[in-house]
Write a protein of this length. Structure first.
Length: 90
């Protein structure tokens, strides 16, 4: 048995296989998974919010206003842009 362990330690390919199998078998605890999930959701939400706001350069009609409604409801628009949305809605 010691001979096999010694060969494994000296064979880089087998060492890599052993390390990969160990990593695949490892499962994170639930708290780690929840924390990671929250971080991912926050990042995705921020990116989506930024992307939809960044795409609308000027408000030219209903479609542009619709794309800004989420940011308007959340108070994330600049005051001038919010005023334009309000004007369009009225």
């Amino acid at each position: 048995m010691k001979h096999q362990e010694k060969n494994r330690a000296t064979n880089p390919g087998e060492q890599l296989d052993h390390a990969l199998n160990a990593m695949r078998a490892e499962q994170p605890d639930q708290e780690t998974m929840n924390t990671a999930g929250e971080r991912v959701w926050q990042r995705v939400s921020q990116e989506a919010s930024f992307a939809s706001t960044a795409q609308v350069v000027s408000i030219r009609g209903c479609e542009d206003v619709r794309s800004l409604l989420a940011q308007y409801r959340n108070g994330q628009l600049a005051p001038a842009r919010a005023l334009l949305v309000e004007s369009h809605l009225s």
